[in-house]
Design a protein around this ligand. Sequence first.
Ligand SMILES: [Zn+2]
Length: 506
Amino acid sequence: MSNWKARTLPFAGRLTLTKLILAVLHQRHVHAVSWPVICTPKLDGGLGLRSSRVLNSLFCMKNCWQICTHPEKLWVQVVRSKYNCGNDLLPFVGRKANSSNFWKGLCSVWEPFRKGLVWRIGDGCSTNFWFDHWIPAIPKLISEADHFVPMQEINKHVADYVDQFGEWNLSSIEHLLPPDIFNVILGQSAPGLSPDKDVLAWKNAADGEFSLKKGYEFLCPVGVSSRQKVFKLLWNWRGPERIQTFLWRLAHNSLLTNDLRMHRGMTMDPLCPVCHDELETLIHAMRDCNVARSVWINIFNGRLHTNFFTMNWMLWLEWNLLQQGDILFAVALDAIWTMRNNVVFRNIDPNVSSLVVQIQARTSCINQAFSSPLKLNQGVVYNLLHSHISWTLPPTGAFKLNCDGAVVAGSGAACGGIIRDHHGSFVVAFSCKIGLCSVVQAELWAVYYGLKLAHDIRISGDLFVESDSVITVNFVSLVNYKHVFREANQVADVLAKRGLTLLEGI
Ligand SMILES: [Zn+2]
């Protein structure tokens, strides 16, 4: 995959690409999560990919199914006679010297395949009473027998234990089986005098038909585990796929923290690069480190669970993903991780207040995109989330003011803005209520207050002004004043809306 420049794709993109090419390519890639885990079903924490080995077994099982249930097909007749399978519905399958790859494959899955078969009784003439699986809850009656089953009984079919009226006639074997098992047999409707033949069915399919999907569930059953709940929440999480896959990596504890890197011999220093105080474990990085801690306290502002900082990792993820603020929670996790990477790789000091503003702005954007009626139009959602419209850094030494106005009929107008430096770091922000006015006026007030603030705190260097209102840009003929799309101006947008809830003034 390296030739595909896969490294430049985000994790979510790589997952999609992998799904696409997996059918033809058995690839081994260094992942922080192991390949068998990736191949487990989604609810068990995997990505639902099927390993090519399992897929191959499934196709062989499909051939077994055809040989058992479609004796009328020409190729089935050829194979059955070539390998001496006999005339019973359930063929005799055995390895032969010099057999084809096709037959070898079929033999290799025959035993597990047989375990998935169950007989549906018609006239009861094809099903062996003691050895075949014909009662759903009991794989083989012979293994339930209390006593030695006499030779004359052992080859009997289900139909042999029925009287001339089509009712059970089990008196000759009643003493061989424990009473509870005997009652289960009596509870089955007797074959009667049915004109239908017995048929083979696939055990875990409602319609009895074998399919690749049902075969897969049979080969790789979904175990019930405590982790399932988290993965269920995770796959139902409604937000951008990039953050969803990020959550998946969190649930697997697979982000490369220093603690994990040290275990893998990738570093000698297991300490947290932000506080240098404790081991950088995942829970420290995402929750307990001082910066992360103040972010959580700020964004949940009084709504923090009493055990928020003491729960264990999985419980913490589960509990928070269950809450109303699950989008906020996930976005905050993502932002905290990005912030830590910025500290390590770009030497940018963490700034709690700008992080909080950024998290709130992104959350409101995602909430809008995933809950608005516009979501019916996939194109719109796509544009909102994936468009290349995003905030860009001002040139070195310069600052950028993003501002916006908001008007709500009846409750007046407000404006807000934020000034950031050429690292994108937060300098100052404001929200302000401005009585009754039009949208254009509110936008102009936003520019005015923003410039006034910049002047008051003595910003040195060029100041770029951005607003999402085209009309305002046309009104104000300032140098460096530029129209941007709302997505690039989202922080200012949030601040402006917040201004609506304030009393008059900044
Ligand atoms: Zn720390």
